[in-house]
Write a protein that binds this ligand. Structure first.
Ligand code: ADP
Ligand code: MG
Length: 354
């Protein structure tokens, strides 16, 4: 290898890396990993921590049994959090920017993805609360606008949708709004408001008859979250393991308009939603893939989780060609809040155990 050739190669590599970095900045899907500490159960079972964060973006798998294996042992993400990181930090550095884009009229989705008992619910509950606290704070600091904050919560189990704020337990249906073009996305900044008429509210597919509560204050939020948790538990006792197979979506919708123009026909208003999605255990997807044929009969394939993974993979490769949002309930509901100008963050939760 000549010195000149080597130098040129290096330049080429640097150029490629720069191009990759530029691409990464534009990418709309932020992926972070959160390790949790070993649980008491794992400690009693003599498990050791095999996964370790070695810096802010790399997680390492050290399994001495696999020495000499050609498998990669270091994995890089936008951000990784050690087992002792607080949820507040995960929120600040891994979700806040995406979640709060909702106040400027941009839809967003935050997912928790991982195996059962890896910390999805633990993480998502904290993220939801920190976001709402920041939204309340934002509302207080912007008295020139009138805000309405709406809260709804659903569970998707086996492609059936249940309202977590309604104990009647009837199955909810999806409705497509033919008048709305869901491919139209508008971006806003607080300084340059665009006029949004009601037909533009990012509707598309709506969940029929879902309960929407106008969020009053912090206590009201805690009350609603407790109702959701209780509703989820009721489902669990009637069906074994239900919670690890179901997805929970909490949606906050913010509508705001300038007080100055309130009540006038041409008043400017903004509306956007942020979704907090506590996904079904990821082990369900791999199970379904490995024994697909048999499970199809048992109806336990998690269609929503599998479709989501295809949709996310396509979105992260750049938005070309057909994206199969319509293949599952979860992706149909989230379509306006995924891709396009919407912002997405995925928090992968992980036990450090082998
Ligand atoms: P999942 O929703 O993925 O099934 P959970 O959020 O219910 O998992 O977490 C399983 C258990 O681990 C719970 O008891 C939870 O309190 C605990 N846990 C999860 N993540 C953490 C963490 N980062 N720090 C401390 N405890 C955690
Ligand atoms: Mg959970």
């Amino acid at each position: 290898m000549g010195a000149i050739g080597g130098g040129e190669e290096l330049k080429k590599l640097e150029k490629e890396q720069k191009a990759q970095m530029a691409g990464a900045r534009e990418e709309r899907i932020l992926v972070v990993v959160r390790l949790r500490p070993l649980s008491d159960k794992e400690i009693i079972a003599d498990e050791v921590a095999d996964w370790e964060c070695i810096n802010d973006s790399t997680i390492l798998y050290r399994n001495t049994l696999r020495e000499g294996s050609t498998f990669p042992s270091a994995y890089t993400f936008d951000r990784v959090f050690r087992g002792d990181a607080l949820t507040k930090q995960v929120y600040e550095e891994g979700a806040k920017e995406v979640a709060l884009s909702v106040v400027s009229g941009i839809n967003s989705s935050i997912f928790a993805y991982g195996q059962t008992s890896s910390g999805k619910t633990y993480t998502m509950t904290g993220i939801t609360e920190y976001t709402v606290a920041d939204i309340f704070d934002y509302i207080n600091r912007h008295e020139e606008r009138a805000f309405v904050l709406k809260f709804s919560a659903i569970e998707i189990y086996n492609e059936a949708i249940r309202d977590l704020l309604n104990s009647e337990n009837t199955q909810l249906r999806l409705r497509d709004d033919p008048e709305v073009n869901t491919n139209i996305y508008l971006t806003f900044s607080s300084s340059s408001m665009l006029d949004l008429t009601s037909s533009f509210h990012q509707r598309g597919t709506t969940v029929e008859k879902v309960t929407e509560e106008v969020l009053r204050d912090w206590n009201h939020l805690k009350e609603l979250l407790a109702i959701c948790e209780a509703q989820r538990k009721i489902g669990e006792t009637s069906l074994n393991e239900r919670s690890s197979r179901s997805h929970q979506i909490i949606r906050l919708t913010i509508e705001s308009s300038a007080r100055e123009f309130l009540g006038r026909e041409n008043s400017t208003s903004l509306a956007a939603s942020v979704n907090f999605i506590d996904l079904a255990g990821s082990e369900r997807a791999s199970q379904a893939l490995s024994t697909g044929a048999r499970l199809k009969e048992g109806c336990h394939i998690n269609r929503s989780l599998l479709t989501l993974s295809t949709v996310v993979r396509k979105l992260s490769k750049g938005r070309q060609g057909h994206i199969n949002y319509r293949d599952s309930k979860l992706t149909r509901i989230l379509q306006p809040c995924l891709g396009g100008n919407a912002r997405t963050a995925i928090i992968c939760t992980l036990s450090p155990a082998r």
